[in-house]
Ligand binder design. Structure first.
Ligand SMILES: O=C(O)CCC(=O)C(=O)O
Ligand SMILES: [Fe+2]
Length: 338
């Protein structure tokens, strides 16, 4: 069977009389590619649109205004940030939103003081867009619900109880908006071959993504290594399996490897909610999948992964002035070439 990234009606697939061939299509996709597009997923279009319109107004602000939305402590996963390439050309602009606005909010939500410390790096909300916070959290929560239903479906297509993958109300989530610029610089023969986001698999259990724009810049990798574009279907949500899901299933479910290529003269936006089990969880192969004699998977502590990710990111990608800003706990705004 040729493997594709299928478009699946989530409600139909979760219904009691879901056709076997629909379930088989999901099973093939998650075993071989790790990416599924869902329609009829239950998230009202209005929730999606209100969030995108609001965040779109923020991204359209003058750069001098957006600079004020950089993380006050230089945290790479909070607030507004631009990513230049090695030549100072803008590749990606991001708005990162933490699960809680502050350590106080995290404590109030029941996190331990140690875990709440992650949120001493506060969220930054633009004063000119007072509705963004509520629209963003409503949208994030709706996408989280889709991620949980996708996990229930994945368990079902494997013949297992729907609560097999333990992502509960204590889940740890992160949330990002990616805005990709046009890419019309000379020097590459094909603009569309400029990679704006390098090939990777997410470190989550699952990631729920939404893409806006006119070109299919997102690509998923097939088992033979080739790349397939993920077409933009208005209103659809994409679910990527992450490395934690691969670990839980002892590799039976493949993490969805993906990347983003430029559309040349067209901008593109995506938003992603990364879903992990609770910070107390240690992820290791679950009994239905585990091979205790010979496991290829080391246990992963969600807390260690979450608390190390800034250092690990900066070690690989950090620019010297960015690392310095983080060490000093002050905002970082990347220099762009003129
Ligand atoms: O922009 C996209 O479609 C993908 C974004 C992504 O892979 C990520 O933020 O991890
Ligand atoms: Fe990703």
């Amino acid at each position: 069977m040729s493997v594709n990234i299928p478009v699946i009606d989530l409600q139909a697939a979760l219904s009691e009389d879901a056709p076997e061939d629909l379930l088989a299509t999901v099973r093939a996709a998650i075993e071989q590619v790790g990416i599924v597009q869902f329609v009829n997923h239950g998230v009202p279009q209005q929730v999606i649109d209100e969030f995108h319109q609001s965040v779109g107004r923020v991204l359209a602000l003058p750069r001098a205004e957006k600079e004020k939305l950089a993380s006050p402590t230089g945290h790479p996963y909070r607030g507004w940030r631009q990513w230049p390439d090695d030549f100072g050309r803008l590749e990606l602009e991001r708005i990162n939103i933490g699960q809680y606005d502050s350590a106080e909010d995290a404590l109030a939500a029941g996190l331990s003081p140690e875990h709440a410390d992650l949120f001493t790096h506060v969220n930054v909300w633009p004063p000119s867009e007072p509705g963004l916070r509520e629209a963003a959290f409503r949208y994030r929560d709706a996408l989280f619900g889709v991620g949980r239903r996708a996990l229930a479906l994945y368990a079902r297509v494997l013949g297992l109880p729907e609560d097999t993958f333990p992502v509960g109300d204590d889940a740890y989530t992160t949330f990002v908006v990616n805005d990709y610029p046009t890419w019309t610089h000379t020097g590459t023969d094909a603009d569309t071959e400029k990679l704006l986001l390098l090939e990777h698999a997410d470190g989550s259990a699952v990631t729920v993504l939404h893409q806006e724009g006119d070109y299919a810049g997102l690509q998923g990798q097939r088992p033979d290594g080739s790349w397939q574009s993920v077409p933009i279907l208005p209103g659809a949500l994409q679910v990527f399996s992450g490395t934690l899901l691969a670990n839980w299933t002892e590799g039976r479910l493949r993490p969805g490897r993906h990347r983003v290529v430029s559309g040349g003269s067209v901008t593109r936006r995506s938003s992603a909610v990364f879903i992990n089990p609770g910070l107390d969880t240690v992820v290791e192969p679950l009994p239905p999948f585990a091979d205790p004699e010979d496991s290829d998977f080391e246990p992963v502590s969600v807390w260690e992964q979450a608390s190390r990710n800034v250092e690990e990111y900066l070690q690989v990608f950090g620019r010297p002035d960015q690392v310095a800003a983080w060490r000093d706990g002050r905002p970082y705004v990347a220099e762009l070439a003129q």
